[in-house]
Design a protein around this ligand. Structure first.
Ligand SMILES: CC(=O)CC(=O)SCCNC(=O)CCNC(=O)[C@H](O)C(C)(C)COP(=O)(O)OP(=O)(O)OC[C@H]1O[C@@H](n2cnc3c(N)ncnc32)[C@H](O)[C@@H]1OP(=O)(O)O
Ligand SMILES: NC(=O)C1=CN([C@@H]2O[C@H](COP(=O)(O)OP(=O)(O)OC[C@H]3O[C@@H](n4cnc5c(N)ncnc54)[C@H](O)[C@@H]3O)[C@@H](O)[C@H]2O)C=CC1
Length: 309
C-alpha cells in the first residue's frame, strides 16, 4: 500500500501523485541485477514481488538470493548464527515470485525494471504495465545506458517515471544513481531518492544523459582496455594486474567486464556507437563481438575473457 504526504503537486499532469512512501516493490527481471535489488529491498523491510519469464529462472534467482544472504550474515551475524538464520528466513518471507508482471503490479508502489538492455523490449513491457498499474505507482528502469525518457515514452506516466541505476553486486555496492527526465516530477524524484536511502544506499542525482555518471566514465575505460589488448599492447592478465595494483581498482577491466556481462557491455557500446559513430570512445571491439557471438557472456555463462567453474 502507498502512503502519501500532503504536499502540493507542482505543475505536473498527475493528480494522484504526492511523495510516495514505498512499501511494496515489483522487480522485473531476476538476473544478476534484479536478484540483488530484490534482496536489498526485502532485507530493508519492503515486500517484494520478483518477476521473470519462467519458474525455473525464478527458482534459481531465489536460491541465488539465499546464497548471497548467507554471505551477508556470515559477517553481520558472525557471533550469532541463529539470529543470522532468522534474518535470512525473514528476508525470504518478504519475497514472492510471479511470471505475470501485469497482474502483480496492481499492488505495487514502485516497479523496478531490470530486464535485458534492449529499448524495444523495455518499452513493450512498460507499455503493458502502464495500463495495469494504479495511478500512484512509480516506474523506474535500472538501464545501464538507454535514455530513461525513451523508455518512459511508451507510457502515459512521464511524471511518475525515473531511473534507479544500481551497481553490481547490489548487496555490496553502496551507490544508486537516481535519474530524472525533464518530465519526472519533483515528488517522484524525491520518492526515488528516499527509497534509495531506505535501502541503505547513497544516492546521487543524475541527468538523463548517456551512461549517467558512472557508466559514461567506466564503459569507455573497459572498451579501451579491450582495444589495448587487441592492439597487442598487453595480455589481459597483465592489464588486470596493472589496474588493480597500479590504480587500486578492486577488479581489473577484463574481470569486471566478465562480471558485468559481455552481452550487457556490448549492448551498451552498440547503442552509443550507433548514436555517435565517429566518437572513438564508443568504437566497437571485434574481440568483444566475437565472444558474445559465441555465447561467452562472462561469469554468468561460465566463460568470457576468462573461464569460470
Ligand atoms: C554496468 C553497469 O551498469 C554498472 C555496474 O554495475 S559497473 C560494475 C560496478 N561494480 C564493480 O566495479 C565491482 C568491483 N569489484 C568489487 O568491488 C569487489 O571485487 C567485490 C565487492 C565484487 C568482491 O569483493 P572481493 O573482496 O574482490 O571478493 P570476495 O572475497 O569474493 O568478496 C568479499 C566479500 O564481499 C561480499 N560479497 C561479494 N559479493 C557478494 C554478493 N553477491 N552478495 C553478498 N555478499 C557479497 C562477501 O561478504 C565476501 O565475503 P565472503 O568471501 O566471505 O563471502
Ligand atoms: N550487469 C550489470 O553489471 C548491470 C546491469 N544493469 C542493467 O540491468 C538490466 C539487467 O541486467 P542483468 O541483471 O545483468 O541481466 P541478466 O541477463 O543477468 O538478467 C536479465 C533477466 O531478465 C529476464 N527477462 C528478460 N526479458 C524479460 C521480460 N520481458 N519480463 C521479465 N523478465 C525478463 C531474463 O530472463 C533474465 O533473468 C540491464 O538493463 C542492464 O543494462 C545495470 C547495472 C549493472
Amino acid at each position: 500500500m502507498a502512503f502519501f504526504t500532503h504536499q502540493v503537486c507542482r505543475g505536473f499532469s498527475s493528480s494522484a501523485v504526492r511523495n510516495v512512501v514505498i512499501k511494496h516493490v515489483t522487480v522485473i527481471g531476476g538476473g544478476q541485477m534484479g536478484a540483488g535489488i530484490a534482496q536489498v529491498a526485502a532485507s530493508t523491510g519492503h515486500s517484494v514481488t520478483l518477476v521473470d519469464t519462467n519458474d525455473d529462472i525464478l527458482k534459481k534467482t531465489v536460491k541465488g538470493i539465499e546464497g548471497s544472504l548467507k554471505r551477508v550474515v556470515k559477517k553481520k551475524y558472525a557471533d550469532k548464527p541463529e539470529a543470522g538464520e532468522e534474518f535470512i528466513q525473514k528476508v525470504l518471507k518478504n519475497v514472492s515470485t510471479s511470471t505475470d508482471a501485469v497482474s502483480v503490479v496492481q499492488g505495487s508502489d514502485l516497479v523496478i525494471e531490470a530486464i535485458v538492455e534492449n529499448l524495444k523490449i523495455k518499452q513493450d513491457l512498460f507499455s503493458q504495465l502502464d495500463k495495469a498499474a494504479p495511478a500512484h505507482t512509480i516506474f523506474a528502469s535500472n538501464t545501464s545506458s538507454l535514455p530513461i525518457s525513451d523508455i518512459a515514452s511508451s507510457t502515459n506516466r512521464l511524471d511518475r517515471f525515473g531511473g534507479l541505476h544500481f551497481f553490481n553486486p547490489v548487496p555490496m555496492m553502496k551507490l544508486v544513481e537516481v535519474i530524472g527526465t525533464s518530465a519526472t516530477s519533483q515528488e517522484t524524484f524525491d520518492s526515488l531518492l528516499n527509497f534509495s536511502k531506505t535501502l541503505g544506499k547513497t544516492p546521487v542525482s543524475c541527468k538523463d544523459t548517456p551512461g549517467f555518471i558512472v557508466n559514461r566514465l567506466l564503459v569507455p575505460y573497459l572498451l579501451e582496455s579491450i582495444r589495448l589488448h587487441e592492439r597487442g599492447h598487453g595480455s589481459k592478465e597483465d592489464i588486470d594486474i596493472a589496474m588493480k595494483l597500479g590504480a587500486g581498482y578492486p577488479m581489473g577491466p577484463f574481470e569486471l567486464a566478465d562480471y558485468v556481462g559481455l552481452d550487457t557491455t556490448k549492448f551498451i557500446i552498440d547503442g552509443w556507437s550507433q548514436m555517435e559513430p565517429n566518437n572513438p570512445l564508443f568504437a566497437q571491439s571485434p574481440m568483444l563481438n566475437k565472444l558474445v557471438e559465441e555465447g561467452k557472456l562472462g561469469k554468468k555463462s561460465g566463460e568470457g575473457f576468462y573461464k569460470y567453474k
